[in-house]
Ligand binder design. Structure first.
Ligand code: NAP
Ligand code: MG
Length: 402
């Protein structure tokens, strides 16, 4: 069989620890034998980030803007322990944070549904994709502990000196206050990212805030979404047979629990933090989630939602067997390859991505899986494979389908 040809490179961001090991196995077993893989390689492993003073992360983000599609391996976000472990010059920032800031993106996370790993919510039949706004609100707050009686005010001073002033509260005793903000520009790019992703995946978009209580702050989110939808997306949505649906956050939560799934749930920053953990754990496992960062200019970066699986890596280093689930990392590759195929009009590449995903799911449905899944599956007597065997089993299934 001839290998599938690519025209424009994918930006490949290698990473750390156990996921770096899986990365290599996936390329060697599942990609290179079938594709004339064209990538521009950036080593975001912590050692190389340290050597380059983190320039490599910035360069990889710039390359992503240039080529439009990237695939990223999980990376270590350094903390004090990593400073000594890797003898770092500095406590480098989270690569995901750097890349997100450079691409001005929204992160979409969706569970990978497979027979045998059932969601705890019985009526969820299709994936629910969480779209989390990643700027502002309580994540960029300013807080004061009020020591005692006094007046708290909210004051805005314009560049021309004009003031807007509101009393927050006249305290009779001690308490707390908090100031939060957001930017119209950031809210607008969040809205566009959600609508574009809805069109891209042919799924309706739900959005919810608490605008009945927060009549200016949350209302601003609601208004910006509505204006952008009407001006730029209403016709396209109609054509695609999908809809934009706005409701209150408490109503949305109730509806989500009773829904079938198959839609995108756009959430403000805090709601997205809380609800994505609820949705992902109800669907089964972080290793069974896709994650893609989408920028308003239409740039895509695919990754796994989990970390570098440090505990398994230390076992691996000691020569012990690991059973690390590679599904999320495989789906990061298939997502990126399919998008590359779509943009460059290479149908064989898109078909290959579909087949590799199907082979991965079929392998699990056939009862062969990693330990994390074996613990939660409803399939009787699953065969537990180690990291390498699982990838080999997927290759076997894939080869039968090609
Ligand atoms: P983690 O890598 O997500 O792993 C936490 C635990 O979840 C593992 O010990 C394992 O449980 C289970 N797990 C996660 N992924 C798994 C998989 N693919 N297969 C099987 N089990 C899996 O989180 P962490 O250990 O807290 O973080 C390790 C490093 O990852 C940190 O340095 C952090 O900075 C980084 N991180 C990176 C990203 C990213 O790049 N996107 C995201 C999060 C964290 P058991 O040990 O019980 O088997
Ligand atoms: Mg969280």
């Amino acid at each position: 069989m001839d290998k599938i040809k690519m025209t424009i490179p994918l930006v490949e961001m290698d990473g750390d620890e156990m996921t770096r090991i899986l990365w290599k196995m996936i390329k060697e077993e599942l990609l290179l034998p079938f594709i004339d893989l064209k990538t521009e390689y950036y080593d975001l492993g912590l050692e190389h980030r340290n050597e380059t003073d983190d320039q490599v992360t910035m360069d990889s983000a710039e390359a992503t803007k240039k080529y439009g599609v990237a695939v990223k391996c999980a990376t270590i976000t350094p903390n004090a322990a990593r400073m000594t472990e890797y003898n770092l010059k500095e406590m480098w920032k989270s690569p995901n944070g750097t890349i997100r800031a450079a691409l001005d993106g929204t992160v979409f996370r969706a569970p990978i549904i497979v027979k045998g790993i059932e969601p705890c919510v019985k009526n969820w039949k299709k994936p629910i994709t969480l779209a989390r706004h990643a700027y502002g609100d309580v994540y960029k707050n300013v807080e004061i502990r009020v020591p005692g009686a006094g007046k708290a005010e909210l004051v805005f001073t314009g560049e021309d000196g004009t003031e807007i002033r509101e009393t927050i509260h006249t305290f009779q005793g001690s308490g707390v206050i908090q100031g939060v903000h957001n930017l119209d520009k950031s809210i607008a790019s969040f809205a566009r990212a959600c609508f574009n992703y809805g069109l891209d995946t042919k799924q309706s978009v739900w959005f919810a805030t608490k605008d009945t209580i927060s009549k200016k702050y949350d209302h601003q989110f609601k208004d910006i979404f509505q204006e952008i939808f009407e001006a730029e997306y209403a016709d396209k949505f109609k054509e695609a047979g999908i809809e934009y649906f706005y409701t209150l956050i408490d109503d949305a939560v109730a509806r989500v629990m009773k829904a079938e799934g198959g839609f995108i749930w756009a959430c403000k920053n805090y709601d997205g933090d809380v609800m994505s953990d609820m949705v992902s754990s109800a669907f089964g496992s972080l290793a069974m989630m896709t994650s893609v960062l989408v920028s308003p200019s239409g740039v895509y970066e695919y990754e796994a939602a989990h970390g570098t699986v440090q505990r398994h890596y230390y076992k691996h280093l000691k020569g012990e067997e690991t059973s690390t689930n590679s599904v999320a990392t495989i789906f990061a590759w298939t997502g990126a390859l399919r998008k590359r195929g779509e943009l460059d009009q290479i149908p064989e590449l898109m078909a290959f991505a579909d087949k590799l995903e199907q082979a991965t799911l079929a392998t699990i449905e056939g009862g062969r899986m990693t330990k994390d899944l074996a613990l939660i599956t409803s399939i009787e007597q699953p065969v537990v494979l180690n990291s390498q065997e699982f990838i080999a089993a997927i290759r076997e299934t894939l080869e039968q389908s090609l």
